[in-house]
Design a protein around this ligand. Sequence first.
Ligand SMILES: Cc1ncc(COP(=O)(O)O)c(C=O)c1O
Length: 417
Amino acid sequence: MNPQTPPVNWIENKRAREIEHSPTVDGLFPPGISRQTRAFHSRIPGYHVSPLKSLPRLAAMLGLGGIWVKDESFRLSLSSFKVLGGSFAIYSFVKNQLGVKELNIFSEEGARLVREELGDFTFAAATDGNHGRGVAWSATRLGFNSVIYVHENTSQARIRAIESNGARVVVVPGTYDDAVRQVYQDAQENGWQVISDTSWPGYEDIPRWVMQGYTTAFSEVQEQLAAQGIIKPTHVLVQAGVGSLAAATIGFYAQLFGPERTRSVVVEPEKAACLYLSAEKGDGKPHSFAGDLDTIMAGLACGDPNPQAWQVLWDTADVFVKCPDYVAAKGMRVYGVPLAGDPFIVSGESGAATLGALMFIMQRPEYAPLREQLALNRNSEVLLINSEGNTDPVDFRKVVWSGRHPVPEEYQSLYEG
Ligand SMILES: Cc1ncc(COP(=O)(O)O)c(C=O)c1O
């Protein structure tokens, strides 16, 4: 860790405020799509609405109206939101293969039909952990095989979690992006169907379904906020790897509220900031981030943006932020040891990055212009997504119990509003 690295570097995406209506959002997230995805997910045995947790004490301390955390750390007994995307993509692919508009894939008759038509079928995916786990889980539930590609730095805990969901795991040299390329090549040779959370030319349906699947979480959030008398979050901070979750989040609110949409901040690790870089280049195209993507935020360690997701973010995301690892580590500790009266939340490195970023943004004097720019104040109801729980127990304890990645001395003094 370079102690000189400031907790937050940010760049404003000015054009987003000028765009009232994005045809890209309409294409990827047509009106009503979250109703469809939620209808599908609700049929999965074991589906529950994930909790929306309120941190009122922390909100008051930071000078905010409310902090709402969509806690995905137990989604379908896995530890992350990712299964929402993989499961909906597999379902949509199967429906397409069968040429049907409706299919209850979890009924006895639906499952039999699928087996008759598709037989012994294999789904494949590249992953930095969570997506592969979701694809393996979904494929196994539906009676299919799965092969999941991981990069060489993937922890044993993550590999075991994927295998325990029924997949064969293949470890390849390089990064997540290399695993994406390798699985595609091997799938062509072996007749597997790739379920990727990122797109490339000619491969767009499946990643679109993956992103659409994520919107179930926000359809739930809207109901949960409505029960508290809140129409929508005023702000959302969303963490990004390839950008599919961020596009689903911000696209969902853009579709629902148009120019009145929730203000958005996309948060990335500084060592894998491909979307920040793309915003900085400012030519409207996605740009790859070079380097070894060496960050504790394993789920966000992606060098190539999802081009489809990037188009949504280019049209709708207000601010891009990149943070060093100690920001995520701080978020994990604050979630785990909250102020008295707030609930505690188990959050992994990628899950906690946005809380860490929010705290520095609200508490450091140098971020006053960003607070002002975003109108983050006592009227703000801020949505965060705890996108993963304790997905890597060894590293989790190193951070939370042993204090790895401490906040550097010079960034410890706080602005108390
Ligand atoms: C826990 C977690 N949070 C966030 C993300 C980011 O999602 P995306 O790659 O769609 O930007 C991932 C991706 O794997 C993840 O595992």
